[in-house]
Design a protein around this ligand. Structure first.
Ligand SMILES: Nc1ncnc2c1ncn2[C@@H]1O[C@H](COP(=O)(O)OP(=O)(O)OP(=O)(O)O)[C@@H](O)[C@H]1O
Ligand SMILES: [Mg+2]
Length: 190
């Protein structure tokens, strides 16, 4: 169930779904990748978990049920965009495998990127200071501390952000997108 190339043949609609622990690098890679794709004149949209939770999925918490609802709603919007030829970049912890696979099934053109770094590395980065709060018991149901994370079994790309540079991570994604025909390798950068 592959979408059509857009008129300019530079891209085909796809949802690039970043999953991984907090601090694993999802948003950082998403932003860098978004810029690289814009430079190639691609039509893209970014759905970052933090922003989505302030509007589309506002009011949802972090129980398994709410987390799954969060993912299904993001997946719904991603599907609409993807089938219209947009490259959608989703960045969300999305800790549960089953609902990620459900969304993969619905969207079809689904490209999963596992932002992988050991918990201790993510915790030492503590970009938002949330691990500290979770360890202090000020935040409950924090993924990796007192809530589960189920890594993907067969992601399209794994970015090991504790051993590779941001550029290497972005290159991996771009190369695989080209290899799978979502992005034309002929695309000329501006
Ligand atoms: N190869 C790499 N790719 C991405 N990030 C990296 C890499 N190497 C180091 N980092 C650093 O790791 C941190 C990742 O933080 P980021 O906010 O992107 O995580 P996140 O997965 O979006 O977390 P959250 O789920 O809390 O939003 C940043 O400080 C970034 O600079
Ligand atoms: Mg983020």
């Amino acid at each position: 169930m592959l979408g059509e190339y857009s008129k300019d043949m530079k891209q085909r609609g796809v949802t690039i779904w970043f999953t991984g622990l907090s601090g694993s690098g999802k948003s950082t890679i998403t932003q860098a990748l978004a810029q690289r794709l814009r430079d190639r004149d691609c039509k893209i949209e970014v759905l970052d978990g933090d922003i989505v939770r302030t509007n589309l999925t506002k009011g949802l918490g972090f129980s398994k049920e709410d987390r799954d609802t969060n993912i299904r709603r993001i997946g719904f919007v991603s599907h609409l965009l993807t089938r219209n030829g947009v490259i959608v970049l989703v960045s969300a912890i999305s800790p549960y495998r089953a609902v990620r696979d459900e969304v993969r099934e619905k969207i079809g053109d689904f490209f999963e990127v596992y932002a992988s770094a050991p918990l201790n590395v993510c915790e030492s980065r503590d970009v938002k200071g949330l691990y500290k709060k979770a360890r202090a018991g000020e935040i409950k149901q924090f993924t990796g501390i007192d809530d589960p994370y189920e890594p993907p079994l067969n992601p399209e790309v794994v970015c090991e952000t504790h051993v590779e540079s941001l550029d290497e991570s972005v290159d991996k994604v771009i190369n695989k997108l080209e290899e799978m025909g979502y992005l034309s390798s002929m695309a000329v950068t501006a």
